[in-house]
Design a protein around this ligand. Structure first.
Ligand code: OXD
Ligand code: MN
Length: 660
């Protein structure tokens, strides 16, 4: 069901109580010095002015600071973040910020959609009736900025002028949030009105850290009001909970694409990267992976890195699928980031090149060096982290060792600080043409490293079937969970609606060059493929990502054939052998290939059963998904009857074809 815009009370406007532009302007100006008054005069959108006025009336700051994103304002932000103690200096001119121990990831149980009566949302999301949220916001936000400065930012989700970009206003009292936003989003301060006009809307975000403390963490809330495209965040600072352009507005962008763009746009939790193939051609890949499943590392393997987290896609008039990254920076997990696996990122993080970096929740040693688990250096003996002093062997009250850094500790830096970032293309409102779509999860024992859908319907079903073990990005998450399209935490409406819009998009006649759609999995373990029982050692290495992407690059350009199987097209050994050699100079043995690409029918069938059952509970699910699941299951059962439950690539060729 289409989310109805402007339905129900707009909470900030109601609580602020202002109804005229004049009143709003007067109140805003009364909190601005001359410089900020002048800066504010650039903004003409009446809707924006009224809403900002109401935010001021609600939060009651002493002063207002307008972020024009001039060099002086960027510096002002850095300075104030240090002055107010939200950040402190570490080596290489970088800074560090600590979130509360309870606020180290997305607070999923305190994150709600504000809903009107009878409104459908994803069965996997939490909702709260509008009136309950109204009362909580009233309690938490009224006067919360007394004695503080309100910072008002105008950022864009995407390059200014891009077809799928939408502008946003972010209001916050946190300088860490402003500083992070400056690094992560393109400014649209100068062009805000034009962007609102072009996009037909803007997102509005309110954050206050309020009376922040561990004792008050129960009061933390992250609210998304889909009807008014407005977010509210309070009593927390972790960027995934506060920098609402990221996941808060991504959710609105998903709504926008699903319901309002004629099935010609998608808003995805995907990296975007380019691979250079034979003859120097460039092929762009957009790939989905759940939070904490290696998306950043995968993106940086490309020769032309564009983005590591989000993609706005659309069908261009020339029939290509285009994508822009709504962000210009990286808010990346640092755990296990080291020189071997992430050479470009490490150059920036370790100060080999000049880069602006904000660390969060890492360990800082006495000499100011940021350290984290898996950084590749000799572990330190002591330091300071978000929990206070840390020393080797420190344990919690249950005697469990406390790691030096939080598994979700992060680094925030500009894309331009990464050597292979293609700034020209990343900032181009025309986007990049996408020829490969990938979906991956964290799957230790079921799917092969790479397989390609035979058509768009099967491609959408690959996305619908992603599963992942819980990661540190969400506070309190556990177990293996379904992660449809790796976008599930951010799909506000029913999954059936989202699925229908994906099917329409990828089957659209307007697309002249259909992207290939593939599953990717580099989390298979030795134990699951006939090695030492229970071994969780990865069957491959981090660097194998390059050959998998390179094979897809060649497949998308018609250079390689494949095996036609029950689950889709699988690579041929000889092609992979050559690609491994060429890209990472690795001898790829046929034995490893057989482990990677044998189909484990029982595991795949169990996965299909689980997904079928789950989707049967969704209302109005497009029937094609069940047709595909049951056809795949039948084909796998036939293979199993013939060959047993593990079917080798040679056997797959015997019954299928190696010429697909
Ligand atoms: C992120 C996330 O921070 O997905 O990107 O949690
Ligand atoms: Mn993410």
């Amino acid at each position: 069901m289409k989310v109805e815009l402007e339905k129900g009370v707009d909470i900030v406007s109601d609580l602020g109580g202002l109804t005229s532009i004049e009143e709003a302007k007067k109140l805003i100006e009364s909190k601005c010095d001359d410089d900020n008054k002048k800066k504010f005069s650039t903004i003409k959108s009446e809707k924006a002015i009224l809403k900002i006025g109401n935010a001021v009336a609600l939060l009651q700051p002493d002063n207002i600071w307008i972020n024009s994103s001039s060099e002086a304002d960027l510096q002002n932000t850095r300075d104030r973040a240090i002055e107010n103690g939200e950040e402190f200096k570490v080596v290489n001119g970088h800074t560090c910020h600590f979130d509360l121990p309870e606020d180290q990831g997305r607070l999923v149980t305190q994150t709600f959609y504000i809903v009107n009566d009878d409104e459908d949302i994803s069965v996997l999301a939490k909702k709260e009736p509008r009136q309950v949220s109204y009362d909580t916001i009233k309690d938490g936000m009224t006067g919360a900025m007394k004695g503080r400065t309100m910072n008002i930012n105008f950022w864009n989700r995407g390059p200014v002028g891009a077809k799928a970009a939408i502008p946003a206003i972010m209001i916050t009292d946190s300088l860490y949030v402003v500083h992070s936003g400056n690094i992560l989003y393109p400014t649209c301060y100068e062009s805000f009105d034009a962007e609102v006009e072009r996009a037909g809307t803007f997102f509005f975000n309110l954050h206050t850290y309020a009376d922040l403390s561990s004792e008050n963490i129960d009061k933390a809330r992250i609210y998304m009001d889909r009807s008014w495209q407005t977010t509210y965040s309070m009593y927390c600072t972790y960027a995934g909970n506060t920098l609402m352009l990221k996941k808060g507005n991504h959710r609105f962008h998903v709504d926008d694409a699903t319901y309002y763009r004629n099935f010609e746009q998608l808003s995805e939790h995907m990296f975007i990267t380019g691979m250079t193939g034979p003859g120097g051609r460039k092929t762009f890949i957009a790939g989905a992976a759940p939070s904490g499943c290696g998306k950043t590392t995968t993106a940086m393997v490309g020769t032309d890195f564009i983005g590591d987290d989000l993609a706005q896609m659309w069908i261009e008039d020339d029939g290509t699928v285009r994508a822009v990254n709504p962000e210009i920076g990286i808010f990346g997990i640092v755990k296990d980031v080291n020189r071997e696996g992430d050479p470009f990122l490490m150059k920036a993080l370790r100060g080999d090149i000049e880069a602006e970096v904000i660390y969060s929740n890492v360990l800082i040693t006495e000499d100011g060096t940021p350290r984290w688990e898996g950084d590749g250096d000799e572990p330190p003996k002591a330091g300071k982290n978000f929990q206070g002093e840390w020393f080797e062997g420190k344990t919690d009250k249950d005697g469990k060792p406390i790691p030096m850094s939080h598994p979700n500790s992060r680094c925030t830096l500009y894309g331009t600080s990464i050597d292979n970032y293609n700034a020209k293309l990343a900032n181009d409102p025309a986007g990049v043409p996408v020829k490969v779509i990938t979906y991956s999860g964290r799957d230790s024992d079921t799917m092969p490293p790479v397989w390609v859908a035979k058509n768009a319907d099967e491609g959408v079903v690959i996305g619908a079937s992603i599963q992942s073990a819980a990661t540190a990005t969400e506070v309190g998450a556990a177990g293996v969970r379904r992660q449809p399209w790796a976008n599930q935490p951010f799909i506000p409406g029913p999954l059936a609606d989202y699925m229908a819009s994906q099917l329409k998009f990828f089957n659209s006649d307007k697309i002249k060059e259909k992207p290939i759609m593939a599953g990717l999995n580099y989390f298979l373990t030795v134990g699951a493929r006939g090695g030492e029982a229970g071994s969780t050692k990865l069957l491959g290495e981090k660097r194998d990502v390059n050959p998998w992407l390179s094979w897809l690059e060649r497949r998308a350009n018609g250079d390689v054939k494949a095996i036609d199987t029950a689950i889709g097209y699988l690579p041929l050994y000889d092609d992979l052998k050559a690609i491994f050699k060429e890209t990472i100079n690795k001898e790829y043995s046929e034995e490893l290939y057989n482990k990677h690409f044998s189909l484990y029918a029982d595991n795949i069938i169990a996965r299909i059963d689980l997904q079928t059952e789950a989707y049967q509970q969704e209302k109005d699910c497009p029937p094609v998904i069940f047709e595909i699941y049951s056809a795949q299951k039948k084909a796998l059962e036939e293979l199993k009857a013939k060959f047993g439950s593990v079917i080798s690539p040679a056997q797959l060729i015997e019954v299928g074809s190696a010429d697909a």
